[in-house]
Design a protein. Sequence first.
Length: 47
Amino acid sequence: MAKNYTKSSSEMKKMLPKKETISFLLNYSKALSVINYKRMKFETLLN
């Protein structure tokens, strides 16, 4: 029988991201621009 390696739900609640991580991801998503041209997709970072 296959083993289940997942942690219990009480241990999973302890895993919270830092504020810096959330801020970085939000700023990255704001700077990301996706342009569709014909069948091509261009991704650019606006800094």
